[in-house]
Design a protein around this ligand. Structure first.
Ligand code: CTP
Length: 406
């Protein structure tokens, strides 16, 4: 394989020397593209002797052979290790002010990034946003790991060790990347419940089910065995799911969805409640259509609270089962989405809560979504912005990380 290893300016660059060596020993043709900053950590002679190929960083070298795009075009695989916060930001923005930038724009090969930075920089919403953008484009993110960091502190931010990174990069190149849910049974709910008022009317909500379907389809693509419990999702959206081999279970009301989820959750390793469930149902559903003659000028409906399906699933979770919820929030002034998500995660007992801000012009009926992900302790463990598929991939990345932690 023609492998391009991009190196950005972090101390973990010394570990990348070993990564390059692993590729070379396995018989690959490795071309190292360090940023100018990376060369302050590990110099050109090291890269050239380990990779056995010339090393340049400038787009103005070797212009006759159009090196600034040639490397990207020739690559079968591009690995950026370490990927600093700055390099991830540049990649997300598509900046091409050095050879690594032009190479990344010119390639159609699988791209793997191995972030390395301090915990605060990793958690910063800007970095998480950039990762969401990159994941949405299919970039495979490996690590970072927990452990000691330079400067004596410790936390999330260590670059993945070369051997593990090598294996992940080869998997990405072979298209096997992301089969990280293989062997898991997953159940996802999607859509919006409808609570009948009379035989022709209902109380409903604006959920199309697209986000839940994207979560199910992404899980199937990553190797999981998936059941999708749907409430009022258009058949067009379900076609995608059925093509991916997902089993569909239909429900209408909150009570029906609750019963279906309870049954499906019994055999599931991961349960995702993406459906918009009515919080209230009509106390007494009219058997016959309500008419103006009979009702008069004012109609009062008595509503009673429905059971909280997610909280119930979390309370009854089996050992090893991961419970994921969604939260649609409209934060008030002085309130953050994160703070509301944290409270809801604790109230519902979820292992992971995916929170998004909604409004009449946000969240619904649109192809894009923006979310933050919080764990059981209310810690922000991820964020994503972009297509519903990008949000779904970030959800599964967080689930894989959480399950790995236990
Ligand atoms: N949910 C549920 N059963 C309900 C209501 C909601 O399982 N009766 C689930 C949703 O599927 C979602 C999560 O709970 O995963 C959060 O839904 P949301 O509407 O944001 O929260 P509510 O519990 O309705 O709280 P509130 O509307 O007061 O914010």
């Amino acid at each position: 394989m023609f492998v391009v290893v991009g190196v950005s300016g972090g101390i973990a660059a010394y570990k990348t020397v070993q990564l390059v060596r692993l590729f070379v020993l396995a018989g690959h043709d490795v071309h190292v593209v360090p940023t100018a900053d990376a060369l302050r950590f590990v110099g050109t002679p090291t890269w050239e002797s380990i990779s056995r190929n010339p090393v340049t960083t400038s787009v103005h070298d070797d212009v006759a052979r159009v090196r600034h795009v040639a490397l990207g075009q020739a690559a079968d695989l591009v690995v950026v290790a370490p990927a600093t916060a700055n390099t991830l930001a540049k990649m997300a923005a598509g900046l091409a002010d050095d050879l690594l930038g032009t190479t990344l724009l010119a390639t159609t090969a699988p791209v793997v990034v191995a972030p390395a930075m301090h915990t605060e920089m990793w958690r910063h919403p800007a970095t998480q946003h950039n990762l969401g953008v990159l994941r949405g484009r299919g970039v495979v993110v490996v690590g970072p790991e927990d452990g000691p960091l330079t400067g004596g502190d410790s936390g999330t931010g260590r670059m993945t060790e070369p051997e593990a990174l090598f294996a992940a990069a080869l998997a990405a190149a072979s298209g096997a990347a992301g089969r990280d849910l293989a062997g898991l049974r997953v159940v996802v709910s999607a859509g919006g419940t409808r609570e009948p008022i009379d035989p022709v009317r209902f109380i409903g909500n604006r959920s199309s089910g697209a986000q839940g379907v994207a979560v199910a389809v992404a899980a199937a693509a990553r190797g999981a065995q998936v059941a999708l419990v749907v409430a009022h999702v258009e058949q067009r959206a379900l076609d995608d799911a059925q093509r991916a081999g997902i089993r569909i279970v239909r429900a209408g009301t909150a009570a029906e969805l609750g019963a279906a989820m309870d049954a499906e959750a019994e055999g599931a390793d991961v349960v995702v409640m993406a459906a918009a469930v009515a919080d209230y149902r009509v106390a007494a559903v009219a058997e016959r259509k309500l008419t103006k003659d009979a009702v008069g000028e004012r109609l009062t409906l008595e509503l009673v609270e429905t059971a909280d399906i997610l909280a119930g699933l979390a309370r009854r979770r089996r050992a090893g089962q991961t419970i994921v919820g969604f939260a649609a929030e409209t934060p008030g002034a002085g309130e953050t989405l994160e703070a509301r998500a944290r409270r809801k995660a604790q109230r519902k007992g979820t292992d992971l809560l995916v929170a998004n801000e909604v409004g009449w012009a946000r969240g619904f009926e649109r192809p894009d979504n923006a979310v933050v992900l919080v764990d059981a302790g209310g810690e922000v463990v991820g964020a994503a912005q972009g297509t519903k598929r990008a949000v779904a991939e970030a959800l599964w990345d967080a689930v894989v990380a959480l399950r790995g932690r236990r």
